[in-house]
Design a protein around this ligand. Structure first.
Ligand SMILES: *[C@@H]1O[C@H](CO)[C@@H](O)[C@H](O)[C@H]1NC(C)=O
Ligand SMILES: *[C@@H]1O[C@H](CO)[C@@H](O)[C@H](O)[C@H]1NC(C)=O
Ligand SMILES: *[C@@H]1O[C@H](CO)[C@@H](O)[C@H](O)[C@H]1NC(C)=O
Ligand SMILES: *[C@@H]1O[C@H](CO)[C@@H](O)[C@H](O)[C@H]1NC(C)=O
Ligand SMILES: *[C@@H]1O[C@H](CO)[C@@H](O)[C@H](O)[C@H]1NC(C)=O
Ligand SMILES: [Fe+2]
Length: 468
């Protein structure tokens, strides 16, 4: 294994060098287009795969997953599914410093066309201590299963924290590789920022919701132990009038709860959390965002609330990218960009993570906010108050990899590559964060693309990676 890692690292280095030389020769303005050649797409894992196994025992909890349960990180939402009967909604939990405690939740079910869900439980545990390992048990009264998680440190400006970044995961063999690489990455992500498109059940006949269940079992090995922060993608909409299903996001909202009320949001599709030294704003590309809409009013207030003395790092998640130089989903994020980009520059957002395009891309810091219909000023310009835009929709999906890119590579695009992978955003203190993108073909420690982020509020010096 070590041998393979080394040779693929060398190969990657050569490819990056080649790509660099090529980009210099062919396109003077753009960044790097890596010509790394990956193996062919692998296909959806079959229903009898090891990762989809149902846990043994009567009414055993399955698809266990956790997410942050409040704004500060002192609460956790624990969710799971039972199949034979509803069973208990209780979560039993304890730490080395506290007695066993219980928290009660609720159970729900839903139907989608001719599919009926299992019993979906959601229980919020509150008043946890920061930076503490908790054990928890679900399935009380039938088959008990035990897991654990570690709460984040108390929110503060120099609190180090490592986020994982995964998008468009799906459930192909590539998806399993992405998750494995994330788990074995020595950077050790402590929570995942997930940028939408979870299970792709809607690509199966009648949106066969059995694939929501398999995805829940597949991802449990990570998300039962560390929170994944959810963003909605187009594959969560499940709007299917031909099946009589006209309530958007029905399976998603029944299965995945988020703490939206804690940030004054009125819908689970846009919300915010604070975690360590980061303020994370989650937006919905598939809910109304025009002027006078609930999401617009909320975001306008929300950006004012961010106190960089408390949380220096301002991170935004969304599904459809605003800056994307692939010929897939081209311009789909454009209308939201027109609405919100001036705010992102004004409030100096550090980084925007998106998915949707099944590939990887990182932008330079630039903005495109001067256009007013008649002045013709519509080319992105370098802007040190602007975020870096990263498309990380390369989780594995169940469709195809996006390989067709616009040529020449635009000047704002710093690095692009059609490979599956994940990234980590490793906050060191209020001024520095180390970002690395990991492609699945490399050894676990290899970063195929990386950058030191300088905080836009505390250290707003040029951190671009381009040669000029
Ligand atoms: C749902 O309907 C499809 C055909 O429309 C059928 O193949 C499938 O077996 C049905 N599933 C259930 C759970 O009844
Ligand atoms: C998924 O990955 C895990 C961990 O590497 C491995 O044990 C398992 O066999 C894989 N399953 C499939 C279906 O690829
Ligand atoms: C911002 O946070 C700092 C540090 O917690 C605090 O001292 C200050 O009062 C806050 N500012 C506002 C306007 O709330
Ligand atoms: C790439 O996309 C462009 C624009 O959509 C299209 O004209 C072209 O045929 C595509 N090329 C390939 C190889 O698919
Ligand atoms: C912040 O972290 C960076 C990178 O680890 C380090 O170089 C710098 O000295 C740190 N700043 C402070 C004030 O500790
Ligand atoms: Fe998508």
């Amino acid at each position: 294994m070590a041998k393979m890692g080394t040779s693929s690292r060398e190969a990657a280095a050569i490819v990056v060098m080649l790509g660099f030389v090529l980009s210099l020769a062919v396109v003077c303005n753009g960044g790097k287009t890596s010509s790394f050649v990956r193996k062919e797409k692998s296909g959806v894992m079959p229903l009898d795969s090891d990762v989809f196994k149902v846990p043994p025992g009567y009414n055993a909890p399955q698809q266990v997953h956790i997410t942050q349960g409040d704004q500060l990180g002192k609460a956790v939402i624990v969710s799971w599914v039972t199949v034979e009967e509803p069973g208990s909604n209780t979560v039993l939990y304890w730490s080395a410093y506290s007695k066993k405690q219980k928290s009660e939740g609720k159970v729900t079910t839903y139907k989608f066309y001719n599919y009926t869900s299992g019993y979906i439980h959601h229980t919020t545990i509150r008043n946890l201590k920061f930076n503490t390992k908790y054990y928890y048990v679900v399935g009380i009264g039938h088959t008990e299963r035990q897991f654990w998680f570690i709460t984040p440190p108390e929110v503060g400006p120099d609190v180090p924290y490592t986020f994982g970044l995964i998008g468009d995961l799906g459930q192909s063999f590539d998806s399993n590789k992405t998750l494995t690489h994330y788990e074995l990455n020595p950077q050790k992500g402590q929570a995942v920022l997930f940028v939408g498109d979870l299970c792709y059940a809607d690509t199966h006949p009648n949106h066969d919701n059995v694939w929501w269940d398999t995805w829940g079992r597949f991802t449990e090995r990570s998300v039962a132990y560390q929170p994944w922060i959810w963003t909605v993608g187009n594959h969560e909409i499940d709007f299917a009038p031909e099946l009589g299903e006209t309530k958007p996001f029905k399976p998603y909202t029944h299965r995945y709860h988020v703490p939206y009320k804690a940030s004054g949001s009125t819908a689970p599709f846009w919300y915010s959390i604070k975690r360590a030294s980061a303020y994370i704003i989650v937006l919905s590309s598939y809910s109304a965002y025009g002027k006078y809409t609930p999401q617009y009013f909320w975001l306008e207030q929300e950006l004012r609330k961010v106190n960089r003395s408390e949380t220096p790092w301002l991170i935004v998640l969304m599904h459809a990218p605003w800056y994307n130089s692939y010929n897939f989903h081209y311009l789909e994020g454009e209308t939201m960009r027109v609405m919100y980009e001036p705010w992102f520059v004004k409030y100096k957002v550090d980084v925007v993570f998106a998915g949707h395009v099944h590939a990887y891309e990182r932008s330079e810091r630039m903005s495109n906010v001067a256009y007013n219909i008649v002045n013709g000023i519509c080319i992105p310009v370098k802007d040190q108050s602007a975020p870096v835009y990263i498309t990380i929709g390369d989780g594995g999906n169940t469709e195809v990899l996006a390989t067709n890119m616009t040529e020449p590579q635009p000047a704002y695009s710093a690095y692009r590559e059609a490979s599956f992978g994940h990234a980590t955003f490793d906050i060191k203190n209020r001024t520095h964060a180390y970002y690395g993108w990991h492609r699945n073909q490399d050894g676990y420690a290899v970063t195929a693309d990386s950058m030191w982020f300088f905080n836009r509020y505390y250290h707003p010096v040029d951190d671009s990676t381009s040669a000029q």
